[in-house]
Ligand binder design. Sequence first.
Ligand code: NAP
Length: 332
Amino acid sequence: MERRTIGAATLEVGAVGLGCMPMSWAYSGSRQRGDESLRTVHRALDLGLTLLDTADMYGPFTNELLVGRVLKERRAEAFVSTKVGLLVGEQHIVANGRPGYVRRACDASLRRLQTDVIDLYQLHRADPEVPVEETWGAMAELVRAGKVRALGLCAVGARGGRRTGARLYDGTIRQLERVQQVFPVSAVEAELSVWSAESLDALVPWCAARGVGFLAAMPLGNGFLTGTLTPGEGFEPDDLRARHPRFTAEMMAANQPIVAGLRRVARRHGEDVTPAQVALAWVLAQGRHVVPVPGAKRERWVTENAGAPGLRLTPRDLTDLAYLPTAQKSWD
Ligand SMILES: NC(=O)c1ccc[n+]([C@@H]2O[C@H](COP(=O)([O-])OP(=O)(O)OC[C@H]3O[C@@H](n4cnc5c(N)ncnc54)[C@H](OP(=O)(O)O)[C@@H]3O)[C@@H](O)[C@H]2O)c1
């Protein structure tokens, strides 16, 4: 597996990571199987997908516990990224960026992960009631205390707080510039895929210019870009796609030309090459500082996704992918 460095040169990871979220959160609960998930994380490490991306709120907590079972045996082979700042309540998810809470949450994550240091500690969402510098300052203290190696900021929820006329990540960049004054940012995590590429406008270049790593969340378009989802099949009520405007039967049918385009490029590279691998190779082609973290809970998918860095997209492939149809419907 090709290696990439994110942020400070010491943070070296496999070019493709593993998003652990689907093992415990966001997608159909009935398909989550602990044993299969454990095998999947082990398989990822076997193949050099060293970056394991989790969060305390996935589950909540159970995803970190699961990752911890693997770290207990194979800590030296893994690069663990977890997140702080979101609490799951009965009805709502709320932000908490108070320094005391951040300190307690970090200790709890360390216990669940069965490790004494977190490689990348990410602020999941800024708390609107706490100046972000205060939260970030508390996170920086954790680096000084040796509990955390580097800090990251997530910008997946940027859609919600956007000002009229502003680009999607303008607010994120302002926030990054504020926290950089307090302690260096090593990585930013935000959505990036062939059907959601807004981060390429300013955020990915902002990171490249400052030596900050970019973790591409949802690089497979929540599974759509793999071509394995059938329009109209439906999603269980606890699956985020049951409420996602791009995942109605109508929109999934309307967006099939995007999958067809990925499939056309895949065929040029061989019978066994898949749309998922092309989608990940496209993300990898957006910069040496970009590391996709595809979510997966099956060994088969991890094995397939590990093949993406070996796929060298040609200029013709990249042009064809740049001219894929624009996705119909987003959250906006
Ligand atoms: N920071 C944040 O706020 C934030 C927000 C969202 C996501 N993330 C991170 O980003 C990661 C990725 O996002 P995501 O998991 O939502 O979306 P994604 O990576 O775009 O898609 C995940 C889905 O694709 C399926 N899949 C994976 N590889 C496949 C393959 N080769 N062929 C067919 N299907 C495949 C998985 O199926 P199975 O589930 O059946 O394995 C899963 O349902 C998350 O796991 C999480 O770590 C972070």
